[in-house]
Design a protein around this ligand. Structure first.
Ligand code: G6P
Ligand code: ZN
Length: 544
């Protein structure tokens, strides 16, 4: 088998976003496009020769083809061994688990997360480092720099590798090991949660639930864990077969895109609990019977109940949340006497805090929650955490959330997304808002007085790296906030995200619809940012 050097030219659009390089499949199918990016990854990694990499994806369209290219390029670039998920499948949390468990040098994840899949939908490539987490900005910046000047890549000429049969084979001097995609991850879950107690809860206490894998990667994991190991009846996991186009759906577990599950949990004879996960299995949405758990609240509630769970019985070192995530977790941290860190959007910012033992639980408003067990967010983990709490407390999801609000107060919270808007208009809107920065402090809008406005900047407490321009924040004197930023994960035009938060300590005023509770802040945001006029949209495309 010969290694070939192929001449190429740079593409100008290979800058990794919030979570790797995400483009439509036709973009990735251009000659040399995938290869250029993969070679840029290899070129940016010092000392990867002879080392082990983990490779897998969420099974979306182009997954298998991309894996073959990566295997052949890895062999040509002197990688020692690649552990690849059977059928090319590994959920993002399972990849993180495998990198850590096998002390791999890093991993390549093929996924566009919650974006739709299919011949004309999205694909993505993300590099994770040896701690199992997304590459930090220093690494993604180096990869991007390399894409700008790349002039050749290395690949071996060889027949495709069998990635469907477990076991090892050899490819141009490199070992390829096809690993079971599910087992190691399931073992890790079993080490953290009380499976016996959850099993009893699911089989003898009359508790009913529905899990929606959205035809994405979590199907096999959810089947194994909830149905096979924990004894939930067959059919508990719906849409369990991963499909290359996710059955035409949008595998994003929110109230809009996970409508099948929402209908069941809000319908007649609704079960007690529901959970859905995204394309690559790192996001989660938690529902109770006719009850939605806001992801920011979910983080706070997991933190407040952590000592009920075997894996966290000794308590938490700290909590970390992304900046736009509500401050509900801060209140729990304050009560527990532990630190709460505020990071930019993107799971990669939690890595250093987790590695340094400063945070145990992390969460984001974008339906991501996880802990130091891996270095990615973890959808099934979140559902198991909730089930373990429910099994111990023997209360409904709604009761648990409401009791939490009574103790800590309620952070009313909502996110308004304006998707696929014209990029120029989005930048004009952000620039206009930015211009208000020097003038806003002290101004009042009805009962709200502006305490500060800034463009969020983060200095990593471990390595001192600084990340600027992470979103505009308007803070009010009563702790309410309006946050505005552009999404870093979209592939069409720009997506504007408006995050709104207010605090209600009075238990008699905690059951409002968040859109009602936040209506004054929504109006202030409109007044300041002229969203309707500048986006040309009458209302958001998604409200959570
Ligand atoms: C991905 C990342 C998350 C991030 C989310 C939202 O899921 O893994 O860490 O919160 O994208 O990103 P966006 O830039 O679209 O708001
Ligand atoms: Zn995801």
């Amino acid at each position: 088998m010969t290694s070939r050097i192929v001449t190429t030219q740079p593409f100008t659009d290979q800058k990794p976003g919030t979570s790797g390089l995400r483009k439509s499949v036709p973009v990735f199918q251009q000659p040399h496009y995938l290869e250029n990016f993969v070679q840029s990854i290899f070129d940016s990694l010092n000392g990867c020769q002879g080392q082990t990499l983990v490779v897998g994806g969420d099974g979306r369209y182009f997954n298998r083809e991309a894996i073959q290219v990566i295997l052949k390029m890895a062999a040509a670039n002197g990688i020692g061994k690649v552990k690849v998920g059977q059928h090319g499948i590994l959920s993002t949390p399972a990849t993180s688990c495998a990198i850590r468990k096998f002390h791999a040098f890093g991993g390549i994840i093929l996924s566009a997360s919650h974006n739709p899949g299919g011949p004309n939908a999205d694909f993505g490539v993300k590099y994770n480092i040896g701690n199992g987490g997304p590459a930090p900005e220093t690494v993604t910046a180096a990869i991007f720099e390399r894409t700008k000047s790349i002039d050749c890549y290395q690949i071996i000429d060889a027949p495709d590798v069998d990635i469907d049969t477990l076991g090892t084979s050899e490819l141009g001097g490199m070992v390829v090991e096809v690993i079971d995609a599910v087992n190691d991850y399931v073992d890790l879950m079993q080490s953290l949660f009380d499976f016996d107690r959850i099993q009893q809860f699911l089989t003898t206490d009359g508790f009913r639930m529905c899990i929606d894998a959205m035809h994405a990667v979590t199907g096999p994991y959810a089947d194994q864990i909830f149905q096979q190991r924990l004894g939930a009846p067959a059919g508990t996991v719906q849409n369990a077969i991963p499909l290359v186009d996710f059955g035409g759906g949008h595998p994003d577990p929110n109230l809009v895109y996970a409508h099948d599950l929402v209908e069941i949990l809000f319908g007649d004879n609704a079960p007690d609990f529901g959970a859905a996960f995204d394309g690559d299995g790192d996001r989660n949405m938690i529902l109770g019977r006719r009850f939605f758990v806001n992801p920011s609240d979910s983080l706070a509630i997991l933190a407040a109940n952590a000592t009920l769970i075997p894996g966290y019985k000794d308590g938490l070192a700290g909590i970390a949340r992304s900046m736009p995530t509500s401050k509900a977790a801060d209140r729990v941290a304050a009560k527990l006497g532990i630190d709460c860190y505020e990071t930019p959007t993107g799971w990669k910012f939690f890595g250093n805090l987790l590695d340094a033992g400063k945070a145990t639980l992390c969460g984001e408003e974008s339906f991501g929650t996880s802990s130091n067990h891996i270095r990615e967010k973890d959808g099934i983990w979140a559902a198991l955490f909730w089930l373990n709490i429910l099994a111990v407390r023997q209360q409904s999801v709604e009761q648990i959330v409401q009791e939490h609000w009574q103790i800590y107060g309620r952070n009313y919270y909502s996110r308004h997304d304006y998707e696929a808007i014209d990029s120029d208009r989005a930048h004009t809107l952000m620039a206009g808002l930015n211009e208000l920065m020097p003038t806003l402090k002290g101004k009042t809008f009805g009962r709200y007085e502006v305490e500060f406005m800034d463009d969020f900047s983060y200095t990593d407490p471990i390595d001192g790296s600084v990340s600027q321009n992470q979103g505009l924040r308007i803070g009010f004197t009563d702790g309410s906030r309006i946050v505005c930023r552009l999404s870093g994960t979209g592939t069409q035009g720009a997506t504007l995200r408006l995050y709104l938060e207010s605090f209600e300590a009075d238990a008699t005023k905690q059951s409002l619809d968040p859109q009602v509770a936040l209506q004054d802040l929504i109006a202030i945001a409109e007044e300041l940012a002229h969203i309707r006029e500048l986006t040309g949209m009458e209302k958001p495309t998604v409200i959570t």
